[in-house]
Design a protein around this ligand. Structure first.
Ligand SMILES: Cc1cc2nc3c(=O)[nH]c(=O)nc-3n(C[C@H](O)[C@H](O)[C@H](O)COP(=O)(O)OP(=O)(O)OC[C@H]3O[C@@H](n4cnc5c(N)ncnc54)[C@H](O)[C@@H]3O)c2cc1C
Length: 515
């Protein structure tokens, strides 16, 4: 009744409350219809959680002996198996962990935050932006191999860019198309933004930090000269390696959150809700559409089994699904094979002492490098504690591929060799490590789906539709790739589609609001 304009009109008249972004109030009952869900990551478990609420009979088949998939925190005793390598076990101290998959929840991912609230998962602020961390350009230009505080580069760059622009406007060499008064306003803004002096020149200010801190008596504090613009350019500090994405990207803007005690608390909380549906250690080997249903074969410690259901929801990552036998259409098989995934890796390094806090006053945030490390993440939990785990690298693409090829010991060696250029304390404080290359990790074989304009246009839409009784679901079937929000959004979208089909309703997801 409320479709086609009445709902927005009533909202506008204040007769209804706007549906919150996370409202998911489906009508009708599943009456025990059988749904087989492949994969017990966030997408698969969310499907089961929501479908169980509606009265369906769900079975989740999960190949690993743990649920959560990519939503995984590595702590003492955690294991991982990569192709061509022995299984790796973590030897961190009790209470120490790092998030091998998701580590940050954007404040604008309302659905992720909604599930954290609904499932009672306590959150804490994640410090993603820290001006005290470093930029480190190895082997390039005048600033080569110097660890430079981010605040120095940010303020010097901002200052020089503001100076260049202010000069151009002032000298009339830039046609702004603005009135004289408006141009003056822009110059006024640039002077404030860049910290320019009255002559519109950039000279260093306290914004870039002190070389001698201010204090009592005769200690006004001392600031250093700015870096030369040409030096910053030639050392590559204005290259993509160092782009200031952390502050500007929509998802990475503060405030960000994390689950207290590890991001896998989200997986654990969901697992508790769907425990009766979940079969761990059950590796799917065959998916077949049959008349009015689907038949799935899987193997576990007891051997091979086949089960049948009315509908199947497949959340297997595409590089994995590509090797599972099936009777999908040619178009679907092609889409599964064509969509590529990110190569990415992380290493957790446990240290005896939180030297980055004690010696260098770094509390959370990210150091950026132009070498294989790409990034070092400082933990946003247990500040001022005794020990801690640094993310020794978090890299992508060719760098991740190269590092992923190394043995576990080789990766540790590289992380320490390159890391000690920035933190010489590595030599005395290091204890042990655990590395994960997601593109080599069994049951994932990639970090997340990466679409080109072409595959987004041609292959993506194919998998948004079911292949007969099989629906495809997961972060890869959204525009929220590389985010847990993608898994949650996709799960809801597929649950709405499946429920609509089995109860003969037209359900729109997301529900229409006047937003
Ligand atoms: C390095 C990294 C960093 C990330 N950072 C963030 C972040 O900061 N914030 C954020 O929100 N998100 C982040 N993400 C993304 C987030 O982790 C994913 O989007 C989300 O967890 C995907 O959930 P999923 O259920 O779609 O897939 P998965 O978690 O991959 O679930 C698929 C499941 O299928 C199972 N499976 C595979 N093969 C079989 C088989 N044959 N039989 C049965 N089961 C099988 C797998 O074991 C797995 O459990 C990150 C991911 C990675 C890898």
């Amino acid at each position: 009744m409320l479709a086609g304009g009445a709902y927005p009109a009533m909202l506008a008249l204040g007769m209804l409350k706007a549906a919150p972004a996370h409202a998911f109030d489906l009508k009708g009952r599943g009456n025990g219809k059988k749904i087989i869900i492949l994969g017990g990551g966030l997408a698969g478990m969310t499907c089961a959680y929501e479908l169980n609420k509606l009265g369906y009979n769900c079975t989740i088949l999960e190949a690993r002996n743990r649920a959560g998939g990519r939503c995984w925190s590595v702590r003492k005793g955690s294991t991982n198996t990569e192709t061509g390598k022995a299984t790796l076990t973590a030897h961190f101290d009790d209470g120490q962990y790092f998030n091998a998959g998701p580590s940050r929840i954007p404040h604008n991912h309302q659905l992720t935050l909604h599930y954290c609230k609904e499932l009672g998962i306590p959150l804490q602020v994640y410090n993603n932006v820290n001006e005290s961390t470093y930029y480190f350009a190895e082997g390039k230009g005048a600033l080569s191999n110097k660890k430079i505080r981010v605040r120095e580069i940010h303020n010097d760059t901002r200052g020089y860019m503001a100076e260049l622009l202010a000069k151009s406007i002032d000298h009339g060499t830039l046609d702004t198309g603005l009135t004289k008064e408006d141009s003056e306003k822009v110059i006024e803004y640039l002077m404030a933004e860049g910290g320019l002096d009255p002559d519109k020149l950039y000279k260093a200010s306290a914004r870039r930090g002190y070389i001698e801190s201010p204090g009592a008596g005769d200690r006004p504090g001392k600031i250093a000269n700015p870096h030369k613009l040409a030096d910053m350019i030639q050392s590559g500090l204005m290259d993509p390696d160092f782009y200031n994405v952390a502050e500007y990207t929509y998802e990475l803007q503060m405030t960000m959150f994390q689950a207290i005690g590890g991001m896998d608390q989200i997986a654990f909380a969901l697992q508790k809700k769907v425990a009766q549906s979940l079969r761990l250690g059950a590796e799917v080997t065959n998916i077949v559409n049959i008349d009015n249903g689907v038949k799935v074969t899987y193997k576990d410690a007891q051997g091979e089994h086949a089960i049948q259901g009315d509908i199947c929801i497949c959340t297997l990552p595409l590089p994995v699904l590509s090797n599972v036998s099936n009777n999908f259409s040619g178009d679907v098989s092609r889409a599964i094979d064509y969509i590529s995934y990110m190569q990415t890796g992380k290493i957790g390094l446990q240290f005896k002492r939180r030297f980055w806090e004690e010696d260098e006053h770094i509390y959370g945030g990210i150091t950026h490098t132009n070498n294989e490390l790409t990034q070092i993440f400082y933990p946003s939990y247990d500040y001022l504690g005794k020990k801690g785990i640094l993310l020794g690298y978090y890299n992508f693409n060719e760098k991740a591929q190269k590092v992923g090829e190394l043995s576990y010991a080789g990766r540790e060696k590289l992380a320490l060799q390159k890391g000690r250029l920035i933190h010489p304390q590595y030599d005395t404080e290091f204890e042990n490590s655990f590395s994960v290359s997601w593109h080599k990790t069994q049951y994932n074989l990639g970090g997340w789906a990466v679409y080109t304009n072409e595959t987004r246009k041609t292959q993506y839409p194919v998998l948004l539709k079911p292949d007969k009784q099989v629906y495809f679901c997961g972060e890869h079937l959204t525009y929220l790739n590389a985010w847990m929000a993608g898994a949650f959004e996709s799960a809801r979208s597929v649950v709405a589609a499946v429920h609509g089909r089995l109860t003969d309703q037209r359900i729109q997801y997301p529900a229409k609001t006047d937003k």
